[in-house]
Design a protein around this ligand. Structure first.
Ligand code: ATP
Ligand code: MG
Length: 568
């Protein structure tokens, strides 16, 4: 492709709502343009990268024996109503009506439709195991669309679904997808970590996520270098940490604590350590209110809590007026003593002695509190967020933590959808059985954002060869010099003949502009044809190198070809 003909609308400035580098660079390099919040068009370069990711995903799905099909994105409501997800998705689903007033939605994920397809089309149990997939645009009216392609409202996902006769079959199908995912993310050049993930309050016997560690990732992951344990925050098991508390049971004391609200203020007031406090936080869980307690220096993990409570809708902080009504005090003085709602205490709270809590009275706390004597939680469980330095639940060594971008998710669904929609089969002995399912997603467009986040520098993207829209670029320094143009054209042609996806920057721009653009859009390797072309010498430089090397035109051409082949 000649750069003079390429739609390459690079930008110097980007809007301030583009906060993270992948978003900024994709706008600057003319990969994408925003059409509405969380909705983007893909310009030629962006689309080429997306197509490449799709192709790698497709090849590995096919290699794993999965079959590609394509569902509509505009879907009738019935299947989602039958599974209950019409309500569960709630505002996250784009819902609409047709001219006859029938309900439709734009598909956020397709478990129901694939299950329905198998119910309709599979004739015999002998057709199982079967894995079907599609690469398709998904729609989710996300509460916080942001970060460009990272969290869009319209995005491309590969979703696959496996159908097996029994759990053992599911285990095998799941393993195949696990292996395929490892191959896909390796080929994409992503440095990924596989973590155990939460499989939700209902159903599902196992789930793992593929994460790319990055400070801009929205998921917390805990991992142990000593034994290889890795889990996301929702799933990571917290081992209670031992602390020294005053011995015996001291006398419960009500202490006046005027204008003291936060843990920091309390620590200052009582001149003690944060672990001497237990904080009590009130939540609305579906239509009831509950209280949750963790040690003062810990955070509540709302997913763990939600699963424990078994609530279906969102678990939300209780409204301030309800906190006042339930505690008879201003916000900031809640405590378990005398509270008439269920109390969920973290495992660590159960180990505390002679500690401090809110007194459910404005301006007062209790000190020397002891569980059993002063109050008894209704539930004691792991409901906190794991932290750096916590003991690894597998080997006891200190845990490390990082933020991660979830690029893929594999999930043993079990019979959740086959039960709900009636996907059964009759086996050899004439017995009716329920089909066992798995589902497997990859965020195709999010993978592009992750690849950029993983590697960029001051000049722009440093893309893996497999993901870059073009693999190489040839730049004549001065397009008025016939010899330079001639040699650049020849190298361009040879590279094309060798299957390299190459750009020729034939614009009559200053060479500095050409270098800037090539770096910005992340071309993995370049050849510059300049003054030494009379001696047959050109410059060869990888995007990751600091300096270029002089080589003969032939050597440089071969170096490009072998570099690209080695990195695909
Ligand atoms: P998240 O926790 O990030 O909201 P999810 O767990 O809801 O994602 P899944 O239903 O597991 O997402 O979807 C499969 C994959 O699709 C995810 O692993 C992710 O890579 C991608 N994905 C999900 N939501 C979005 C989005 N809003 N924009 C881009 N990619 C997304
Ligand atoms: Mg997920």
């Amino acid at each position: 492709m000649r750069v003079s003909k390429l739609l390459l609308p690079t930008l110097r400035e980007v809007p301030s709502d583009a906060e993270i580098m992948s978003h900024r660079l994709m706008l600057r390099a003319g990969y994408i343009r925003k059409m509405a919040t969380g909705i983007y068009s893909y310009l030629p370069l962006g689309l080429r990268s997306v197509r490449k990711i799709e192709q790698i995903v497709r090849e590995e799905m096919d290699r794993a024996g999965a079959q590609e099909l394509l569902m509509p994105a505009l879907l009738p409501a019935e299947a989602y109503q039958a599974s209950g997800r019409w309500e569960v998705f709630g505002d996250n689903m784009f819902k609409l009506k047709d001219r006859n007033d029938r309900d439709f939605c734009l598909g956020p994920t397709h478990e129901e439709l694939f299950t329905q397809t198998v119910i309709n089309e599979v004739r015999s149990y002998k057709e199982y195991p079967m894995t079907l997939y599609q690469i398709q645009t998904k729609y989710r009216d996300e509460a916080r669309p942001r970060f460009g392609l990272m969290r869009g409202r319209e995005f491309v996902m590969k979703d696959a679904y496996s159908f097996d006769r029994d759990e053992a079959g599911l285990d095998e199908s799941y393993k195949k997808m696990y292996d395929a995912y490892c191959r896909i993310f390796t080929r994409l050049g992503l440095d990924f970590t596989i973590v155990d993930a939460d499989s939700g309050a209902m159903g599902g016997s196992g789930s793992q996520e593929f994460m790319v560690k990055s400070p801009v990732g929205e998921d917390g992951i805990a991992y142990c270098d000593a034994c290889g344990y890795a889990a996301n925050y929702e799933k990571a098991v917290c081992i209670p940490q031992k602390k020294e508390y005053p011995q015996g049971e001291l006398e419960l004391t009500k202490v006046e604590t005027p204008d003291v609200h936060t843990i920091e203020e309390l620590v200052g007031f009582f001149e003690t350590e944060p672990y001497m406090f237990a904080k009590t936080i009130l939540y609305k869980a579906d239509d009831k209110y509950i209280a949750a307690m963790v040690r003062g220096d810990r955070e509540i993990n709302e997913v763990k809590l939600k699963n424990l409570v078994g609530c279906v809708d969102d678990l939300e902080l209780a409204e301030p007026f309800m906190v006042r009504e339930l505690t008879h005090a201003e916000v900031g003085f809640a405590g378990p003593i005398g509270l008439e709602i269920e109390v969920y205490a973290d495992n660590e709270v159960a180990e505390m002695k002679n500690f401090i809590i809110g007194a459910n009275e404005t301006g007062y706390h209790f000190s020397n509190v002891n569980i059993g004597r002063d109050f008894t939680p209704n539930h004691i469980a792991d409901i906190r967020v794991i932290e750096t330095g916590d003991a690894c639940p597998k080997c006891g060594q200190p845990i490390k933590t990082a933020q991660g971008i979830e690029v893929g998710h594999i999930f043993k669904l079990g019979t959740k959808y086959s039960d709900a929609l009636g996907l059964t089969y009759t086996d050899e002995s004439g017995e009716a059985k329920v089909v066992v399912m798995g589902c497997y997603g990859i965020g195709v467009t999010r993978c592009l954002a992750a690849a950029i986040e993983q590697s960029y520098d001051d000049n722009g993207m440093v893309l893996p060869v497999a993901v870059a829209p073009y693999q190489a670029i040839v730049i004549p320094v001065n397009t008025k010099e016939e010899a330079q143009v001639q040699m650049a054209e020849e190298i361009y042609k040879t590279l094309q003949e060798n299957g390299i996806e190459v750009l020729l920057d034939d614009r009559s721009e200053r060479v500095g502009v050409k270098f800037k653009d090539a770096d910005l859009i992340g071309v993995p390797v370049r050849i510059v044809v300049g003054k030494k072309c009379g001696e047959g010498i050109v410059e060869f430089k990888k995007r990751t190198d600091a300096e270029s090397q002089d080589m003969t035109a032939e050597d440089a051409t071969n170096a490009v070809i072998s570099y690209i082949k080695e990195n695909l």
